[in-house]
Design a protein around this ligand. Sequence first.
Ligand SMILES: Cc1ncc(COP(=O)(O)O)c(C=O)c1O
Length: 426
Amino acid sequence: MSYQPTREHALNRDRADTLASFRSRFHLPPGRTRPTAIYLAGNSLGLQPTTVRALVDEELDDWARHGVAGHLDSRRPWLPYHEPLAQDTALLVGARPDEVVNMNTLTVNLHLMMVSFFRPTLERPCILIEAGAFPSDRYAVASQLAFHGLNVRDALLEVAPRPGEHCIRADDLYALLEREGHQIALVLLPGVQYRTGQAFDLARITKIARAKGCRVGFDLAHSIGNLPHALHDWGPDFACWCSYKFLNAGPGAIGGCFVHERHAHAAGLPRFAGWWGHDKATRFLMGPNFKALPGAEGWQISNPPILSMAPLIASLALFREAGMQRLREKSIALTGFLEFLLENRLSNVIEIVSPHHPAERGCQLSLRLRAGVGRGKAVFDEISRHDVVCDWREPDVIRAAPVPLYNSFEDVWDFVEILGAALATR
Ligand SMILES: Cc1ncc(COP(=O)(O)O)c(C=O)c1O
């Protein structure tokens, strides 16, 4: 007899969950039909840690009390404000603290990194991305090509899923790198694909691409705080990410950047410079000549937005406390439970687009209605009316991301119940 899960089973798993208490350290949005919404949209905007408001208030107080002197005299002096954050950020991407910096926003950082690491030549003019890349990444890449006098038709290579498939086959990507690597100046791929939730083997990609002489950069928007990384050991040239998704640092929060140690002292690399990337010892001598700081800090341009960074302090402290390995273990269990329930109860109507193997995905599952079942958007609207917060990606994908820091097995159970009811009344 096959195992039939029950709601009690989900509650038992929550009771056994050693990370369950972290849920109370976030503000869960209230629901209309239930006390709190079933929030499965941490892949889009993470929830607010309860400590954020106090931290932001402290900065406002220090500004009120100290004015400009707050740069040195506030509780967390603004001048070196970003420095302590590098420790916790480095843990999340598997880097040394001087290989990371929190600055700007994601697309801006992609541009800054491409200024340094996309150096096309006649023999090697191309950028490789994935065909379904997030539009902002594609726009950034296309505009960088144009900036170098190249065009998308000749110099943009795209790796795509096979016809009729959703995810990219790793072997197709590796074969393309082997075949075309000699003409690729930059490989720019995501840690996790935003629409399908597919996770890429960044170590393997880096190894193959670097052996072919390509520069390698990663967009970790959907993988930071979702999967563990070991960027230093894997060896890409750079990586960029945002902090408003799994890092819970708030809407439009400051982004981050990794530059591998081997470039730490590469003063000859072209870069767009600003005073915050200049040597700290001489920055305030206000001289005319730029001297880059060693490490990722040397790519900073402006002094950092303190009010945007304060929430990140709160959030990174939670990651440090919980530990990325433990979070990942819970994440595999939570998403596995979601997959199990969907396959057990709704497989005749729902197709899971995300890879089946846990090593090939993060927490997100992307779902589609099977052909002939009805309109996915109508089902999405119906579950939204019942306080499920997940998101819809055109043309036909519902993304649901149980986040181990604040989601429970009960959330997953309730989500599948509500989805099942919506499908039954479609
Ligand atoms: C994969 C990816 N790249 C780029 C962006 C754009 O980020 P930003 O608006 O911070 O530049 C996003 C935003 O969701 C994203 O998911």
